[in-house]
Ligand binder design. Sequence first.
Ligand code: URA
Ligand code: SF4
Length: 264
Amino acid sequence: MKRAAPADPKCPSTGSAADFLPRKIELPALAQAAAKCQGCTLYCNATQTVFGEGPANAIVMFVGEQPGDQEDRAGKPFVGPSGKVLDGALQEAGIPREKTYVTNAVKHFKWEPRGQRRIHSKPSSREIAACRPWLEAEIQVVRPRVIVCLGATAAQSLLGSAFRLTQHRGEVIKDSKWAPNVLATLHPSSILRLPDHDAREAARRSFVQDMKIVAKHLGAKPRRTESAPPGALAPEPSSKRETAAPRPPRSQPAKARAARHGRS
Ligand code: URA
Ligand code: SF4
């Protein structure tokens, strides 16, 4: 068994973001409460909490790993190079970013110094689990039709550590407790890290393909197709709507809803 890291007296933490959840589960209150989170020790070396962003009625939620260097400084998710890749793919797939909710599995930037630079460091399973209450609360409020896990960390947080992104990437999962459709794909930064231009372009194309699968489940029309203007979001035809069980009203607690969606 792994031994717990010695507690740092200068960086106290409770072990879970659940200790900081506000009484009222709605987005502004959550963001405000998350700004003071000490659920794990990552808050000690980061500039600020980077909470999710987007409308509470967004139909799709994108979940990244953790804020990067630029996000940490800006206090907003996906504003750096990875965000540009995401924006480009959304645009090609006809998904307007302003209709999406964008967040991360872990809300603080974890990094190591390398010279003058801050290099991304992967969050541990413990940190991912400590931070999950924020993500759960965001899902509870937004209740998106589709959740997209960008990369293995988001997939681990929502689908468990046994989930293999390499095997199940792009598959639409219907029986999770989180949303009617959950899909995991590449993290945009893994595309940017590829050293070879052609490999990068191929990975970007396949990322766009996955975004088109997402668009299909939203009723969005991809760009450069017949009639719809770019960015149009058409309602899904009712015959195709995947509502095995009717979705309960927003006020219902997440646990009751989780029970309906099967696995817990
Ligand atoms: N990478 C992420 O996973 N999230 C961000 O917000 C930025 C980069
Ligand atoms: Fe809280 Fe998450 Fe930040 Fe850890 S990473 S301090 S759990 S918000």
